[in-house]
Design a binder for this molecule. Sequence first.
Ligand SMILES: C[S@@+](CC[C@H](N)C(=O)[O-])C[C@H]1O[C@@H](n2cnc3c(N)ncnc32)[C@H](O)[C@@H]1O
Length: 197
Amino acid sequence: MRLVTLPGVFTPISDSRLLADCLRAEVHPGARVADLCTGSGLLAVVAACQGAAATAVDVSRRAVITARLNARLNGVRVRALRGDLLAPLDGERFDVIVSNPPYVPATTGGRAWAGGRDGRALIDRICDEAPGRLRPGGALLLVHSSVNGEAETLGRLAARGLRAEIVARRRGPLGPLMRERVSVRDEELLVVRGRLP
Ligand SMILES: C[S@@+](CC[C@H](N)C(=O)[O-])C[C@H]1O[C@@H](n2cnc3c(N)ncnc32)[C@H](O)[C@@H]1O
């Protein structure tokens, strides 16, 4: 896959790639997929390459332009919209909602990575808002760090009626942004799947 990023747009790293692998296993041709916090558009492009009808959303204008550019570079169609999480999608429902949101515990800094005091500001909103936008049998796929809390995410999704489980985990050293802000030395990247029965 060919990917470019405009200045200021998040360049995909290991969490993006781990989530992309899980997404490939979840998406079937014709599925409706929403990629929230799309950045470069990587996940939306992966879905579109699998034959999905993919929509990408980001608050950053540059990210939206980048996602359109990357769709074109890879010869697929992606609808890329600017806005806050599901807000621009006006009641639409999806077979898969995928997201790699900002989750570093930080209240200041880049909008691309700072996730509030405990890193859960966007994670919690996605857990609360996505279940109501899934089609029956549909799934939310979300990546975050073990630093953010695994049980909180699983519990929150279960409370909204989803069957929630960890479908991928990868242990590794903390990246530089996390290292400056938390006391542990390593973390697990977690891909959580919540499925609507
Ligand atoms: C960690 S990056 C992930 C990018 C991409 N999904 C990936 O895996 O490479 C997070 C992205 O979320 C976007 N973002 C932050 N807050 C948002 C919000 N409230 N709604 C939509 N996008 C948001 C940022 O602009 C940034 O592009």
